[in-house]
Design a protein around this ligand. Structure first.
Ligand code: HEC
Ligand code: HEC
Length: 226
């Protein structure tokens, strides 16, 4: 039923055909480069994962399913990054997808998301060799850490939409998580946080805020900061 509603007109068909044939030409012309590219990609895939061939298979499988669901972070981007909990989050949670960062969810949300992931790791253990699974104690430690550093949401109906930047803040800052409370950070801290968020917008394929919009949002956050 749905399919019959989709009609490809001649123009768009021609467009697809043209696209394919120029891709074919490109591949012929640059077959040497394609070979080099493939070898480099293979090498990168083989060295991905770190904990052995089977683990990178887990990551490949999930990447295919999840795309840019989660951001690209380094362990040093995590709060209290040298703690045992941060290390566990970075290593264990990074086995199937990128590590999330505790600020992505509120305490309430982590209560469901965390345990879904915890039991998934125990399930997955049987399917992949070299897969790292947390003990219950390590699970509790990670859970505490996520909750302690969780997102603190703003109350939307308390946002004064007349203030400069309020509209942009509501539009752009609730695309991936709850709208953050401006009181989470000081005036000085906000620009660093929003610059990291701008990177996530690119890597997680969301609506990108340009520099002027980011400046406007920073203005709103700083006016209402801690
Ligand atoms: C065994 C593979 C695997 C491991 C290890 C894993 N995840 Fe996931 N994760 C998934 C899959 C599959 C999805 C997408 C489906 C879903 O949301 O349940 C997902 C999605 C997510 C999401 C996005 C969806 C949402 O509800 O926000 C977050 C956040 C997340 N995982 C956090 C974590 C954390 C934290 C850990 C470590 C405690 C972790 N994951 C470990 C497989 C895994
Ligand atoms: C493309 C998705 C995305 C968008 C859009 C986004 N964020 Fe985030 N945000 C994340 C992710 C992922 C995390 C957790 C990882 C991290 O902290 O970098 C996070 C965490 C946070 C945190 C908690 C961590 C900390 O440093 O305090 C705050 C606050 C935050 N975001 C504010 C914002 C603001 C303000 C905006 C709007 C300019 C915004 N976010 C837009 C993805 C996004």
């Amino acid at each position: 039923m749905l399919l019959s509603k989709v009609s490809i007109n001649e123009g768009s068909f021609f467009h697809i055909y043209n696209g394919l044939s120029s891709l074919e030409q490109l591949m012929k012309k640059s077959s040497k480069w394609m070979l080099i590219f493939s070898l480099v990609s293979l090498f990168m895939l083989a060295s991905w994962g770190g904990a052995g061939e089977k683990t990178s298979k887990a990551k490949l499988l999930h990447f295919g399913n999840m795309g840019g669901l989660l951001p690209t972070l380094k362990q040093s981007d995590l709060p209290d990054h040298e703690s045992e909990a941060a290390e566990l989050i970075f290593k264990l949670c990074g086995q199937c997808h990128n590590s999330p960062g505790p600020g992505l969810h509120t305490v309430k949300e982590w209560e469901t998301v965390f345990w879904r992931m915890y039991w998934r790791m125990h399930m997955m253990n049987a399917q992949f060799d070299h897969f790292m699974v947390p003990t219950f104690g390590e699970g509790e430690l990670m859970f505490m850490y996520l909750k302690q550093n969780a997102m603190r949401p703003a109350t939307l109906n308390k946002v004064d939409m007349e203030q400069p930047g309020a509209k942009e803040y509501v539009t752009y800052c609730s695309q991936c998580h709850q709208l953050p409370d401006p009181q989470m950070h000081t005036k000085g801290e906000w620009p660093k946080v929003t610059a990291r968020m701008a990177k996530h917008m690119g890597s997680m394929a969301k609506n990108l805020a340009d520099q002027a919009t980011l400046t406007t949002i920073n203005g709103y956050l700083q006016a209402n900061a801690r």
